[in-house]
Design a protein around this ligand. Structure first.
Ligand SMILES: [Zn+2]
Length: 349
């Protein structure tokens, strides 16, 4: 066999051998087998002894080239094996970044807050300002300036929690209207709504709560008529109960307005035909309102001959109860998450 064929055979054998090597120890054995002192090349080298001197350099060259080829195979396989080791190590130490993240609970605005914000949007759109005032109020602002002098029988309608003889938890947010008129001193127009919590000495049951929320509205201007009031309240009714709603006004009595009216909305459940929501009448009472009593205007610094106004009081809980068919006012305040969460996916009607 010629030297070149012998080398070729060694290379072929070494290649297929080295490719199958499974670890670094086997690879070192393979290296020794082909390139070591007693390896395959030692037999080839023996052939050199029989060669004439001039052929020896060429022999040395091709032999060396063959060794380099095999060394190349060995290094190639070493890289593969070392990469495998790294991969195995990495796979054992891997942090699984695909673990599900921690779930955060997204809260939901309380339904009363949602109703108030919706009303605020409506009234801001009609040019109103939102006013706030203290929940602990003086008797003068809560009652007296609203045409409810001490011992006035209508005070019984709003029995309250007194802190002293002259301070109490406000029974309505009308006290904010008083404060606003006093602060404006005949400046007009006044167009405000006053959302907030009010308190009355009621025993709690399905329809009564010692604490509830109101949005009271007040407009004072040189001209602010019953027609303006009706138009405004129609907007409120349609915003809350749908674009097709109608309203009707019934005569009523409130000390701070004259004339006073109760406002009914056509039933959103039966469209006025009569059902259990409207107790068969086709109408639902939603709020009280009226033309501001002259005594109130005068007490708050406005000339009742020059100015007039209208006022209304919206019960926030009542609105929400009617709109969503909630039958117990206490549900708003007991913070049962099952109740509160229902309004998470709430959509405007
Ligand atoms: Zn009905």
């Amino acid at each position: 066999m010629k030297v070149s064929e012998k080398l070729e055979a060694i290379i072929v054998e070494a290649k297929s051998h080295i490719e199958l090597v499974k670890n670094l120890n086997e690879l070192n054995d393979a290296k020794a087998k082909y390139l070591g002192k007693k390896g395959s090349f030692s037999d080839v080298m023996k052939l050199m002894r029989d060669l004439p001197n001039e052929d020896r350099p060429m022999f040395g060259k091709v032999t060396n080239e063959a060794k380099q080829v095999i060394l190349g195979y060995i290094e190639e396989q070493r890289n593969i094996l070392e990469q495998q080791i790294v991969n195995e190590k990495l796979s054992k130490e891997t942090v699984d970044v695909t673990l599900p993240g921690r779930e955060f609970t997204v809260g939901v605005k309380h339904i009363l807050t949602q109703v108030i914000e919706e009303m605020e949007d409506l009234f801001i759109g009609m040019g109103y300002e939102i006013m706030e005032g203290p929940e602990v109020e003086i008797d003068e602002y809560n009652f007296e300036k609203l045409n409810l002098p001490k011992d006035h029988p209508a005070r019984d309608m709003q029995d309250s929690f007194y802190i002293t003889d002259d301070t109490l938890l406000r029974t309505h947010t009308s006290s904010v209207q008083v404060r606003t008129m006093l602060a404006n001193k005949e400046k007009t127009p006044i167009k405000i709504i006053c959302p907030g919590t009010v308190f009355r000495r009621d025993d709690d049951d399905a329809t009564h709560s010692h604490q509830f929320m109101q949005i009271e509205g007040l407009v004072v201007d040189e001209k602010a008529s019953m027609a303006d009031l009706k138009g405004t309240l129609l907007e409120v009714a349609r915003k809350m109960f749908g674009e097709d709603r109608k309203i009707r006004l019934r005569p009523s009595y409130f000390p701070f307005t004259e004339p006073s009216v109760e406002v009914d909305v056509s039933c959103h459940n039966c469209n006025g035909k009569g059902c259990n929501v409207c107790k068969g009448t086709g109408w639902i009472e939603i709020l009280g309102s009226g033309i501001v009593n002259d005594n109130v205007l005068e007490a708050c610094g406005y000339d009742s001959k020059k100015y007039q106004g209208f006022a209304f009081g919206i019960g926030v809980e009542r609105m929400a109860m009617l709109r969503y068919g909630i039958n117990d006012i206490r549900a708003f305040y007991t913070n049962d998450l099952r109740f509160i969460k229902q309004f998470k996916k709430w959509k405007k009607t």
